[in-house]
Ligand binder design. Structure first.
Ligand SMILES: [Zn+2]
Length: 272
């Protein structure tokens, strides 16, 4: 990657830091952002700075083992890479397609994770297309190696992950692209929170989800976990071209699932 591209990425990371901070997706010195450079080194935010008030030359270049590389800049000589470096590097190692990683502390998403309300539901069309189904990883200590282990499996199949009691991890093909996923994740959490105040809402019926999944595929946004996620959670199963839950899934499901499944089939019939 040319210096020009590195300079552009530095500017974009600074812009994302400001967006995260201004929208209260991080506070104080929270959060971290990184981007992969062409030589497979990583441009990453430093530890201990407010990400809403950074300058481009404060960003640090590290290798995939987390060591500071390159000559650095005068402004970052004394700075260390973020304490969440291991989690960022894990995402790059597991996903060669990932060019940027954003970690934030979105308040609605954290709140829901603490009371056991999942974001992995087929509720909002934009979220289904852009995020897929967001899993919640078990709690692990922030800024520790535990976090890298906590996301190891989930990141393979997902672009957005909720870290229980802690925050979000989103990835993308640019810092802004990964940032937009953080914003969408928090929007889903906010709406889910409001829906819970009103007693909840029905999920989208499988045939509607399937249409959204088709768009997701066409936009090249499909991910490894989609088939299992959308089959198990939303009832979209690709068996002989029929998109309904299998009998065994229905038998294993709770009564609520059964009622939901029947309701969805009735709606589906009525809309034919
Ligand atoms: Zn954090």
């Amino acid at each position: 990657m040319s210096n020009q591209n590195e300079q552009a990425l530095r500017a974009e990371i600074v812009q994302v830091g400001k967006l995260l901070y201004d929208r209260s997706l991080i506070v104080a010195t929270d959060g971290n952002i990184s981007a992969r450079l062409a030589d497979n080194t990583i441009l990453i935010t430093p530890s201990g700075l407010c990400k809403g008030l950074m300058s481009p030359d404060q960003l640090i270049v590290i290798d995939l083992d987390g060591r500071k590389v390159g000559p650095g800049t005068q402004a970052n000589q004394h700075l260390k890479p973020t304490s969440e470096t291991a989690m960022h590097l894990e995402a790059y190692k597991q996903r060669p397609d990932v060019l940027s990683v954003v970690h934030a502390h979105p308040p609605y998403a954290i709140t829901l994770s603490m009371v056991g309300i999942t974001l992995a539901e087929c509720m909002l069309p934009e979220a289904i297309m852009f995020l897929g189904l967001t899993p919640t990883t078990p709690y692990s200590t922030p800024a520790s190696q535990e976090n890298a282990a906590a996301i190891r499996k989930a990141i393979v199949g997902h672009d957005a992950i909720l870290l229980q009691r802690h925050g979000s991890l989103t990835v993308g093909n640019s810092p802004l692209n990964a940032y937009y996923r953080t914003e969408t994740l928090e929007q889903v959490a906010r709406i889910t929170y409001m829906l819970n105040q009103l007693g909840g809402a029905q999920t989208l019926p499988p045939f509607q989800v399937e249409k959204l999944l088709k768009i997701r595929q066409e936009m090249d946004l499909g991910r490894a976990a989609d088939e299992a996620d959308f089959c198990e959670i939303c009832g979209v199963c690709h068996i002989d071209g029929q998109h309904t839950k299998t009998e065994s899934e229905n038998q294993n499901g709770s009564e609520v699932d059964l009622v939901r499944s029947i309701t969805e089939r009735v709606i589906q019939e009525l809309q034919k």
